[in-house]
Design a protein. Structure first.
Length: 489
């Protein structure tokens, strides 16, 4: 049986292993960490459970496809639900808005709360759906290969729809065509952060993102985000995939246009018929392929933002908060200037608070809550996070306390944190960038690394740093796209 090796047990790597196993390969996954998931992992502290990274489950159809590929029903193993309240929003002037999961309800709520024309709000969402329906089959769900694209019906369908797509201007400029209230605009601007970009720089096509969350749906797994990892690993193992943890790979061995296998930190060499890297593409080239020709234009693209996350176990509950909560900055433009231009910490960060115990009681002790508190920060440069982290922690605490009218600090009973340096160290994400390259230009999407190597015929790439992009569903989709280049054996 032919051997396939996968480097990294993140979501993309696990999905790749499943795809390869169904093509007839014997698959072995090597992970340097002590367990699977990468950013989509978990940990526990004194009775509090925390999902380490992603907190929103979208585009469930891509995960479902993996189960169907294996002739299984996802609902027999993994369940998820939508929430009536999608998110609570807190504005700097004290205004609060509660976003509804139901699209029609939310359209009416937005129009009423912010004095917008309901017809235009509905038009915005309808056109967002059109953009998604046009571009997803053409770009997200297809390889970066023009030869393959022009043979598809979706390509020619997309060509005829191009005149209706917003191809001029940035996302914020696009929003002003529909909305007049700065609060409405800020509400929609936040979607640019879903792939670590700026709403003042990312293309107008970003309009599709609100449709992904509200038109397609945003969900929470019944057992938390880590259950995605748990169930995909179990699915892979049922297909015969092997996982080796605490097993770093130090080199991809290559010769005459092909890879021959990998070398482990222990010195062991493992031969293979093909290799898939789920490691960030930048360190894949710099560390594992030191003698390969680097795609310098791609590797040198602007990186996405990173994050500073605090995990706080609270010894009380907070009725003002729901599962998802956002406390907006008073000056959004300055916040993104700090993220991508001056690359320093803003004095007034937008704060995201995610509390799974509001939905999953077992995630915290009785009458307590598990807070995942995140702010966007620049990707790592040469700053000292041992010095910066306490500064930002104080700013976050002050902001939360202003909005809730309660002293938060005295209720924190357990605490952990994750900063850009830690994210880079723990997940090999270059500079701690959460999504690889940023999407701050019209051409950025075309400068993501493809899912195959142009130099080595049996080397492939998956995960958030390559096509089609970052996040759990797109990491799963990257594995599906990769599999199109690999014949069954």
């Amino acid at each position: 049986m032919k051997q396939a090796l996968v480097i990294g047990a993140g979501i993309g790597g696990i999905a790749a292993a499943i795809q390869l196993s169904k093509k007839g390969y014997e698959v072995h996954v090597f992970e340097s960490a002590s367990g699977p998931g990468g950013k989509c992992s978990q940990f526990e502290l004194n009775g509090f459970r925390f999902d380490r990274g992603p907190s929103l489950f979208t585009l469930p159809q891509y995960m479902n496809e993996l189960f169907e590929l294996c002739n299984e029903r996802m609902e027999d193993h993994f369940r998820y639900h939508s929430l009536d309240v999608l998110c609570n929003y807190f504005y700097a002037d004290g205004t609060r808005f509660q976003a509804k999961s139901d699209l029609n309800d939310n359209i009416k709520a937005l129009a009423e709360a912010f004095g917008e024309d309901e017809v235009l709000v509905r038009k915005f969402y309808n056109e967002a759906a059109f953009i998604y329906d046009t571009t997803a089959p053409l770009f997200l769900e297809r390889p970066l290969s023009l030869k393959r694209l022009i043979k598809t019906r979706d390509f020619w369908k997309g060509i005829f729809r191009i005149p209706r797509l917003p191809l001029i201007g940035n996302y914020t400029q696009q929003l002003t065509k529909y909305f007049t209230n700065p609060k409405t605009i800020q509400y929609f601007q936040r979607y640019a952060t879903y792939n670590g970009s700026s709403p003042y720089k990312t293309p107008a096509l970003m309009q599709l993102m609100p449709h992904v969350e509200q038109g397609v749906g945003a969900f929470i797994p019944d057992k938390g985000m880590f259950d995605i990892t748990t169930q995909l690993v179990a699915l892979a193992q049922r297909q015969g995939v092997r996982f080796s943890y605490n097993t770093p790979v130090t080199q991809i061995r290559c010769k005459e246009g092909k890879v021959e296998g990998i070398e482990l930190k222990s010195g062991e060499v493992v031969e293979a018929d093909l290799v898939v890297s789920n490691m960030d593409v930048f360190p894949t080239y710099k560390k594992l392929l030191p003698h390969a020709k680097e795609p310098k234009v791609i590797l040198n693209q602007e990186k996405s933002s990173s994050a500073l996350i605090f995990y706080w176990g609270m010894n009380r509950t907070f009725e003002q908060l729901d599962v998802h909560n956002i406390l907006f900055s008073a000056d959004y433009r300055n916040e993104f200037h700090c993220l991508f231009e001056s690359k320093n910490l803003t004095d007034d960060p937008t704060v995201y608070i995610h509390i799974t115990s509001k939905h999953i009681a077992a995630d915290a002790p009785a009458n307590s809550e598990n807070w995942f508190v995140m702010v966007n920060v620049p990707h790592r440069t040469n700053e000292n996070w041992n010095d910066l982290e306490p500064v930002m922690r104080e700013r976050i605490l002050q902001k939360i306390e202003r909005h809730l009218g309660v002293s938060v600090l005295e209720h924190i009973v357990v605490e952990s944190s994750w900063n850009p340096a830690g994210i880079e160290n723990d997940t090999s994400s270059h500079l701690g960038a959460l999504y690889g390259n940023a999407s701050n230009s019209a051409s950025a999407a075309f400068f993501r690394h493809s899912n195959f190597s142009r130099e080595f015929s049996n080397l492939f790439f998956v995960g958030g740093s390559v096509h089609p992009g970052g996040g759990v569903p797109l990491a799963i989709l990257s594995a599906k796209t990769m599999s199109e280049f690999i014949p069954s054996v």
